[in-house]
Write a protein that binds this ligand. Structure first.
Ligand code: TIU
Length: 222
């Protein structure tokens, strides 16, 4: 066990039980013409974290630790897309519509792909998920159990939507969760800050938060 400097107190890293989970670093959330932009968001906030997410992934890979990637997306026939999700609000493009990067948030379309700098390599787990949380309607829980993973280090977007939802799902399932501050982002600076604060409040009620150099150095030391 290695102690990682974290908030609200040290994180007890176990190298035999930890995985990195990178949430939804997809073109649809980070590039103009995608789903995030269609909701009216400034997507440039998301691309700014790519170098740190890459550094984190490379640190886990170099140590031989598992890296899991998730993608928010739906079947081409929309059978896993609740009308309540598709019809919400007044976006320029709805999920399943044809956009500049193919059909929005549909599995296999160019815009749904993970950003090329952060693309999974052979052997890494990729979870396609129809919801905000990565446990809902996916095999993630069974995969983690079969590999003896009990700790999840979180990166990805957006902090208060898919990252926080997945952390809460994981926390309720008994996983120890650590969010890396430089490797997550929101379209709203205040929502990122609030999500980080609420996750680690009340004695890490949802999980811990840490800075990227502390986890990378901790992995090296261990
Ligand atoms: N991945 C994820 O967070 N999906 C979203 O739709 N996030 C928004 O903040 N819109």
């Amino acid at each position: 066990m290695a102690e990682i400097m974290a908030e609200p107190f040290a994180f007890p890293l176990r190298l035999d039980a930890v995985a990195l989970i990178v949430i939804d670093m997809q073109r649809d959330f980070a590039e103009p013409g995608g789903f995030g932009a269609s909701l009216g968001n400034d997507v440039s906030r998301i691309t700014r974290i790519v170098p740190d997410v890459k550094r984190l992934i490379e640190g886990f890979r170099a140590a031989g630790l598992p890296v899991i990637h998730t993608m928010e997306c739906h079947r081409p026939d929309l059978s896993d897309l609740p009308p309540a999700k598709r019809n919400r609000g007044d976006p320029d493009l709805r999920i399943g519509d044809d956009g500049p990067m193919g059909r929005v948030l549909i599995a296999g379309e160019p815009g749904t792909a993970i950003l090329p700098e952060l693309a999974p390599i052979d052997g890494e787990i990729v979870i396609e998920k129809p919801g905000k949380g990565a446990f809902y309607a996916t095999p993630l829980g069974d995969i983690l159990k079969s590999r003896g993973i009990g700790q999840l280090v979180f990166a990805g977007v957006t902090t208060e939507v898919c990252v926080q939802t997945t952390m809460r799902e994981a926390n309720d399932r008994g996983y120890e969760c650590l969010l890396i501050e430089e490797a997550t982002e929101s379209y709203f600076a205040e929502f990122k800050a609030s999500a980080i604060a609420m996750i680690r409040a009340q004695g890490a009620i949802v999980g811990w938060t840490a800075h990227i150099d502390d986890i990378l150095q901790g992995i090296d030391r261990a």
